[in-house]
Design a binder for this molecule. Structure first.
Ligand SMILES: Cc1cc2nc3c(=O)[nH]c(=O)nc-3n(C[C@H](O)[C@H](O)[C@H](O)COP(=O)(O)OP(=O)(O)OC[C@H]3O[C@@H](n4cnc5c(N)ncnc54)[C@H](O)[C@@H]3O)c2cc1C
Length: 442
């Protein structure tokens, strides 16, 4: 029998099961490395995904392997940490069991760090037809989809057909929507113009739609207006205070009755916590997150904690919970690890307090915005700061080097080189008329 496996199994420590190896789960297991706990990480993927750079994979700037890191490489040097790839399907808190598609796992302490999923607010048809960006496979779908649309446009019978292929609608003016819109505008200016010479690049339209009166509504007004100006300079059509009523894969209908034809709609208008069946009592309705106390313990449960996007902690000015960003997930994991170490020494837990380190978004080359307290940065400095922060936050030296080289090549050559349709995107089968008529309530 494998010696390392036997040694792990024989560890006489309480067992901490961590569901999800995103920013929160990964930080937690790193900090519990060598601690008097037997830690088991469960994830449906075999890799950690650096979501902030997903849009660069979707727009052919970076390869998928640059922003992903295998869990096994992370846990290999950690004697008290193991990884199992499985889908967690439920929790039985009375028996202290995690239910998975591979069987049951016993725990002494359970940490749910399952992140969030795209929120379609119950619109099943939208869920079927729209693209979304939460995982590497979805990013690769978007990449294939827009490249397939470029190729299809060459076969379109008339100008209207060509415009439908080249009309890209992004719903949601948060950082993901803004970054996607900017990246597509750069592709129109470079790739489409240079390499699809038979196409009129002006026929490619990029629409950014948001129901708010400004993009980046969680940023300062200064950053919002600067981002809007950048987008307009780059030729993105921004439609504010507009709500999408429906999309059938070809036609977008807005609440005001106006319509737009488009083969591609990216839904980036909201997320909801990835809840696990069995812990419903702690779930906050509508927010779809677990209510936790200041130590991240689920309200009404013992020895069950939630971290990151899926946790909702009310604290100080964060009356509706912390923002669903990487820093909140990482900082909560740090505090929980410290508290578990205190617990192993018989000391009481300490409360978590979030430190807001600011927000940043990039719109295109030399165009970014940064808010840090009262400091606001824009332009080249913000863009360099954005690149530095994202580069340093990546997991693994190989990934950092790959991303650095990818960016150097892209920004020197003006080329998005990874434009390969390896796995053609095929849209999901359409939902039944009955499902469309009666979407589930949320
Ligand atoms: C496109 C995009 C861009 C973003 N940009 C930024 C940014 O610039 N800055 C920023 O701070 N934040 C950004 N965010 C948000 C940030 O990525 C999240 O806040 C952060 O990932 C939350 O960390 P987490 O650990 O809670 O969850 P995640 O990082 O989402 O990790 C959850 C993990 O749980 C696993 N999992 C889920 N359900 C199950 C299950 N049932 N069984 C097994 N495993 C499961 C998943 O596979 C995943 O590995 C972005 C998010 C997206 C999608």
């Amino acid at each position: 029998m494998n010696k390392a496996r036997t040694e792990y199994d024989a560890l006489p420590y309480p067992k901490v099961v961590v569901v999800g190896g995103g920013f929160a789960g990964l930080e937690l297991i790193r900090r519990l490395n060598g601690a008097p706990y037997k830690v088991l990480l469960l994830d449906k993927q075999n890799h950690h995904c650096f979501q902030p750079l997903l849009y660069q994979v979707a727009t052919a700037s970076l390869g998928a392997d640059s922003i992903a890191h295998p869990f096994r490489r992370t846990v290999a040097p950690m004697p008290n940490v193991a990884f199992r790839m499985c889908m967690v399907t439920g929790v039985d808190p009375a028996r202290k069991l995690v239910l998975t598609d591979r069987g049951e796992v016993q725990y002494d302490i359970l940490v749910i760090a399952s992140g969030s999923t795209t929120n379609f607010f119950g619109d099943r048809r939208m869920e079927q037809e729209a693209m979304q960006l939460k995982s590497i496979s979805q990013a690769l779908d978007i990449r294939s989809d827009f490249l397939q649309d470029f190729e299809a446009a060459l076969y379109a019978q008339d100008e209207a057909g060509q415009r439908r292929c080249l009309n890209f609608i992004i719903v949601g003016g948060g950082p993901t929507g803004v970054e996607m819109a900017g990246a597509l505008a750069e592709i129109r200016r470079t790739v489409l113009k240079r390499e699809y010479r038979e196409l009129d690049s002006e026929r490619m339209q990029i629409w950014l739609v948001d129901s708010n009166e400004r993009v980046l509504k969680n940023f300062s007004e200064k950053s919002s207006s600067q981002a809007l100006r950048y987008l307009k300079e780059m030729g993105v059509s921004v439609k504010l205070e507009a709500r999408v009523a429906s999309y059938n894969g070809e036609l977008v209908v807005f609440k005001d009755g106006s319509t737009m034809e488009a083969n591609t709609l990216l839904w980036a208008a909201g997320v909801k916590g990835a809840l696990i069946p069995g812990l419903e009592n702690a779930a906050v309705p509508k927010a779809d997150r677990y209510a936790v106390d200041r130590t991240n313990q689920l309200n009404g449960f013992t020895d069950v904690f939630a971290l990151g996007d899926v946790a909702l902690m009310t604290e100080g000015k964060w009356e509706r919970g912390h923002p669903q960003v990487a820093q909140a997930a990482i900082q909560q994991a740090e505090r929980l690890a410290q508290n578990l170490l205190r617990r192993s020494k018989g000391l009481p837990s300490e409360d978590f307090t979030y430190t807001d380190k600011g927000s940043m978004a990039t719109i295109g080359r030399y165009k970014a915005v940064v808010d840090a307290g009262r400091l606001h940065l824009g332009g080249l400095i913000a863009w360099l700061a954005w690149m530095f922060v994202h580069l340093m936050a990546l997991v693994g030296y190989r990934n950092r080097l790959q991303v650095l080289m990818g960016w150097a090549w892209k920004y020197m050559s003006w080329k998005n080189t990874i434009r390969l349709i390896i796995r053609p995107y095929v849209r999901n089968a359409t939902v039944t008329e009955q499902e469309v008529a009666s979407p589930p309530t949320v």
